[in-house]
Design a protein around this ligand. Structure first.
Ligand code: 13P
Ligand code: SF4
Length: 321
């Protein structure tokens, strides 16, 4: 790590204490950002942490905007800032509120479950919200025969194969461009090269990749699996930020990315400098809010999600301060 980076980290850690700021970072953030965060986790873990954040004077959420919006809704008394307001997940653009309403006309009795990576307006039309770490559990908790699901069609297929529920895609084209970079031939190749490796895929991966992997789960589940398993080699099918985190935290293990080009440009918009700017200037443009009329409904559906079991607690990052 260069001196400029260390210098920025020190300034952030000092100002963070003075401002009583909580820094939450998604697993896809750069290692430099993960190191100055109070908690690093998957979207479910970060939503749960946000809900417990009363007492802080501000939250800085280093993840895509829709995750930061969850924090703003779940912790309404604490201002939530995002280091780069343009960090929008393109997956969300596949379905809007009108698309959900249209599907509901076709299936009036089926509950709607949307992935957290959706806009606030889309969330106003949903009955339930899930993350990759809670999708199967949220759908199962409904006891419904048919569920309308979106926007990620690969995650929908994952739920379809792990429940007895008929899952109807709100838009079957919905995909994450990062996880869609992976294909089966890459996994076959690496499995030949590393026959003892455990392959873990994110449920946003194409279904053939999920099927050929040894395990499928959220980024938080990957963190726990690598920490708890006796295996020494892992093939990881998700974004590179998590691959770097795993390799740093487990120098005795070999972490192999399924594809090194799997980088989420939106997650990587955040930088140490932008975090420091937020702490120094509290810019209004970086404040995260949702339209007032959407907040009560989003809070209700998020609170339901947080009560469903899902995949476990957030990982505290010890930065030695
Ligand atoms: P996780 O909730 O598994 O961290 O996933 C979030 C995400 O954006 C995956 O692309
Ligand atoms: Fe969105 Fe995919 Fe990036 Fe996750 S990795 S934030 S789903 S574009």
């Amino acid at each position: 790590m260069d001196n400029d980076c260390k210098d920025l980290q020190e300034k952030i850690l000092k100002l963070k204490k003075e401002r009583k700021a909580l820094i939450l970072a998604h697993n896809y953030q750069t290692i430099e950002i993960q190191e100055i965060a109070d908690y690093v986790g998957d979207s479910l873990q970060l939503a749960r942490k946000s809900a417990e954040s009363n007492g802080y004077e501000m939250i800085i959420f280093s993840g895509v905007r829709f995750m930061a919006e969850m924090a703003a809704v779940l912790c309404p008394n604490v201002p939530v800032y995002i280091p780069d307001p343009g960090a929008l997940c393109p997956l969300a653009a596949y379905i809007d509120a009108a698309a959900v309403r249209k599907k509901k006309e076709e299936y009036p009795d089926a509950p709607v479950v949307v992935y957290v990576n959706t806009t606030a307006e889309t969330k106003t039309e949903t009955d339930f919200i899930c993350t990759s770490g809670s999708a199967v559990e949220v759908v199962e908790s409904l006891g419904a025969e048919t569920v309308l699901f979106g926007p990620d069609a690969n995650l929908a297929e994952h739920v379809r194969r792990h429940t007895n529920v008929k899952i109807v895609d709100i838009d079957p084209r919905g995909r994450c461009y990062v996880h869609n970079m992976f294909d089966l031939s890459m996994l076959i190749e690496l499995k030949k090269k590393y026959p003892d490796a455990i392959a873990i895929a994110h449920p946003e991966c194409p279904i053939e990749v999920q099927e050929a992997a040894d395990m499928v789960g959220s980024t938080g589940m990957m963190v726990r699996t690598v920490a708890e398993s006796d295996a020494k080699t892992f093939i990881i099918a998700t974004e590179m930020g998590l691959v770097h985190q795993l390799q740093k935290n487990h120098p005795d293990k070999t972490i192999i990315p399924l594809y090194e080009g799997a980088v989420c440009r939106q997650m990587k918009k955040h930088t140490l400098q932008k975090i420091l700017d937020v702490l120094e200037n509290l810019p209004e443009a970086n404040l995260v809010t949702v339209p007032t009329h959407t907040a009560p409904h989003i809070r209700e559906v998020l609170e339901h999600m947080n009560k469903v079991k899902g995949q476990g607690p957030a990982v505290a990052v010890d930065v030695g301060t």
